[in-house]
Design a binder for this molecule. Structure first.
Ligand SMILES: Cc1cc2nc3c(=O)[nH]c(=O)nc-3n(C[C@H](O)[C@H](O)[C@H](O)COP(=O)(O)OP(=O)(O)OC[C@H]3O[C@@H](n4cnc5c(N)ncnc54)[C@H](O)[C@@H]3O)c2cc1C
Length: 421
């Protein structure tokens, strides 16, 4: 298929790339075995296996991770540039056209069908026609502008996921720290008031990790004490709110580092090397899909006939592995990517349909969803059908060919995907 990737920043990789977030939620290639414990996978807090995609990552995600690990350390700062490099090389090898430094604005509509997108860049306004548009903007920008019903994060979601709603965060890289003198992890700092709607109080979750002589500084809009209210007072789908947060959080990062310099031993010569060029999110608005995936689905390890991959949601694994004594992985159904009412569009990653808003966010899992979304779009175009009318078995067969795991032999038979079916 002729494919164009449009990215508003100058490099690709989203939060894991230019977003500067090193590691976290990653998974080494290789199978997980409940009986043979292996060093190939990480452990979550409390010791449960951090297998976000069961039983192992597959397809493009696997190739991407293998190539990434050859040139960068795992969970290290050098990963950010390596993520962009490897992803860009793989896109070029696959013959994908790239249009970076280009903002996707409005969808081109024909009734309730998306037929392409308008873009803005140095050349001015342009139009890109497409048979299928895949919305990977994180906040379902294209779908929402197309008039697709959207789900907006709610404050109450914080009860089930401490990073919800929205989970804003900007990562900064700070240099000049003398680790031999540095001992404290946090410094008390009053933070900035954000238009009376919250404060960036304290260096919450500031991670000063001894990678090389640098550290990451994960600054988040977060109240130190529960209930966590500040996240909910901002709408990640609102341009003015994003502008306000970006501005105040960047001022805060600078002021906070100055404060560290004056008060924290080992930070006397600290300086900001780089700040992520955009405000990162773990959730935010998403489509109301033909299926809305929930944390309860993940905890129950539900099976869906339109499964794309088996997902180990972090909170669900904590619950099932540690509280129930048996880890459960859940099917992620194809319908989470299909918006209600609007055709010609698939939403992947954080833009896909889930409650709480953060539930589908894992970095490895979104890569599998991306491959499934791209494959579905190609099949729909080839078969001249809308993505919502796609024969899901055909998609599943393609995913199996690509190495995805959709269940054991008996489950595949049940799904009529066994060898003889
Ligand atoms: C501080 C922080 C820490 C995190 N820690 C973890 C962790 O430890 N483990 C984990 O699994 N996950 C973590 N996450 C979440 C994870 O990074 C995201 O869920 C994941 O990156 C989502 O991928 P995505 O492709 O949907 O969105 P993104 O990575 O946000 O990518 C969206 C892309 O779309 C581009 N874009 C957006 N709008 C437009 C537009 N209008 N036009 C053109 N381009 C556009 C953006 O520039 C970006 O490149 C963290 C997130 C943050 C912010």
């Amino acid at each position: 298929m002729k494919t164009l990737l449009i990215e508003k920043l100058g490099s690709i990789g989203g939060i894991w790339g230019p977003g500067l977030k090193p590691g976290g939620g990653t998974q080494a290639p290789g199978p997980y075995s409940e009986t043979e414990k292996s060093d190939r996978y990480d452990k979550g807090p409390g010791g449960y296996p951090a297998i976000w995609v069961y039983p192992e990552i597959a397809g493009i995600s696997k190739e991407f991770t293998e190539r990434l690990e050859k040139i960068s350390g795992v969970n290290r700062l050098d990963q950010a540039s390596a993520v962009s490099y490897v992803a860009t090389m793989m896109l070029k090898e696959a013959g994908v056209d790239l249009l970076v430094s280009t903002y996707v604005t409005d969808p081109i509509m024909d009734g309730t069908s998306v037929r392409g997108v308008f873009v803005e860049n140095k050349s001015g306004r342009g139009a890109v026609k497409a048979k299928v548009v895949i919305d990977a903007t994180g906040e379902a920008d294209v779908a929402r502008r197309a008039g697709a019903p959207a789900l907006y994060p709610k404050e109450i979601y914080n009860e089930v996921d401490g990073h919800s709603p929205n989970g804003f965060g900007i990562v900064a890289i700070v240099g000049g720290i003398d680790w031999s003198k540095y001992s404290g992890l946090r410094a008390d700092f009053p933070g900035r008031d954000i238009a009376g709607r919250g404060t960036t109080r304290g260096a919450f979750s500031a991670r000063l990790s001894p990678y090389d002589n640098l550290s990451t500084f994960n600054v988040q809009l977060r109240d130190p004490e529960p209930p966590l209210l500040d996240y909910a007072k901002f709408n990640a789908g609102d341009g003015k709110d994003i502008s306000l947060l970006e501005t105040e959080m960047r001022l805060y990062i600078f002021e906070l580092v100055q404060h560290y310099k004056k008060t924290v031993p080992g930070c006397e010569n600290a300086f900001i090397v780089s700040i992520s060029p955009y405000l990162g999110l773990r959730g935010g608005p998403c489509i109301e899909g033909e299926y809305v995936f929930t944390l309860d689905d993940a905890k129950a390890g539900r099976r869906f006939d339109d499964v794309m991959y088996l997902f180990g949601e972090n909170r669900a694994l904590q619950h099932t592995c540690l509280k129930e004594g048996k880890c459960k992985w859940v099917d992620v159904p194809y319908r989470v990517m299909i918006p209600k009412k609007i055709d010609g569009l698939l939403a992947v990653g954080r833009s896909a349909s889930g409650i709480p808003d953060t539930v589908l966010r894992n970095v490895m899992a979104v890569q599998h969803m991306g491959q499934a979304g791209g494959t579905a779009a190609a099949l729909a175009i080839k078969n001249r059908v809308e993505v919502r009318s796609l024969n899901v078995k055909e998609l599943q067969r393609k995913l199996l060919e690509a190495g995805f795991y959709l269940g054991d032999e008996s489950r595949l038979k049940e799904l009529r995907l066994g060898n003889k079916s």
